[in-house]
Design a protein around this ligand. Structure first.
Ligand code: SAM
Length: 289
């Protein structure tokens, strides 16, 4: 890199762009995008508007989910010949629920240096203001569009004890919150973050039984782009040990049955939650190994 240049030859730069507020377009991101010889962009028209507004005249090439594999080859050929290129998404960080993975993977496989120019990402922005534990979290991205598949996915996620993050669009936000309430129950807290960094930014942390009425109370609240930050399930406490009778029953059933059936029968007989028996049964199996 020369003193006047921010880019190295033959290098791929993965560059974040604003998710709303143009003030979040970092000076380094602008310089790198102005100095590379080509920018791969998800939607060239959207990106052209952003780049032109900042005086960046670098040519753009479309790299989206339908042409990414073919484009990866072309971009790679140019990188190998010593050109430096950049990858951007419509907004935020490429590869985060956006195209770019195929190109980055191909560059790495070919030994091409890949550098980051980090910046806005809606998931991280929402997590940083949600007020929910952030020491461990899971990025879920978009949930399935159809209700049955969405609920199924939510059932898979329901037991996670760490925070998880969902992207949602305006036309599904109400249905999505209704499904979250149905699957996770009324007390689970969710932070709904909408229009982050934009004029009508809002974020509301509340139990689902309050959040859904909050969303429905004002049609404006259903507009724009959304991130949902979901509180993890309460971990099972060690003092949740089964009563002695129930424990004996479970042990007896486990001599004849697999853990899931033993747990179901013990729960039906005692009226205690099946999950408690099931976890205990798995624990016993592990102890006995
Ligand atoms: N790559 C982007 C990133 O780094 O956040 C995400 C792209 S994904 C195709 C678009 C989704 O991100 C939107 O549907 C919404 O869920 C979320 N999103 C993007 N910008 C947002 C904003 N300003 N406020 C809230 N959510 C946003």
């Amino acid at each position: 890199m020369s003193e006047t240049s921010d880019v190295e030859p033959g290098t791929l730069y993965v560059v974040a762009t604003p998710i709303g507020h143009l003030g979040d377009f970092s000076p380094r991101a602008q310089r790198v995008l102005g100095q590379v010889s080509l920018i791969g962009a998800e939607d060239t028209r959207t990106s052209q508007t952003l780049l032109s507004a900042h005086g960046i005249r670098t040519p753009l090439q479309a790299v989206h989910e339908h042409n990414e594999a073919a484009q990866a080859e072309r971009l790679l050929a140019r990188l190998r010949s010593g050109e430096s290129l950049a990858l951007i998404a419509d907004a935020g960080t490429p590869l985060i629920s956006d195209p770019g993975f195929t190109v980055v993977r191909a560059a790495r496989a070919a030994g091409v240096p890949v550098r980051t120019v980090p910046g806005p990402c809606a998931a991280i922005a929402a997590l940083s203001i949600a007020g929910l534990p952030s020491d461990r979290f899971e990025f879920v991205g978009f949930l399935p569009a159809r209700e049955a598949a969405r609920r199924e996915r939510l059932r898979e996620l329901a037991g996670l004890t760490h925070t998880w993050i969902v992207y949602e669009s305006s036309h599904r936000i109400e249905a999505c919150l209704a499904d979250l309430l149905a699957v996770l129950g009324p007390a689970r807290r969710v932070c709904l973050a909408r229009e982050l960094t934009k004029q009508f930014e809002q974020s509301e942390l509340a139990p689902l039984q309050e959040l859904l009425p909050w969303l429905r109370a004002d049609p404006h609240r259903q507009r724009g782009e959304f991130v949902l930050v979901v509180e993890g399930a309460a971990p099972v406490e060690a003092d949740e040990a089964l009563p002695a009778e129930a424990q004996r029953l479970l042990e007896l059933l486990l001599t004849e049955l697999p853990a899931s059936r033993a747990a179901r029968l013990a729960a039906a007989y005692t009226g205690l939650p099946r999950q408690r028996f099931y976890r205990q049964a798995l624990g016993s199996a592990a102890d006995g190994e």
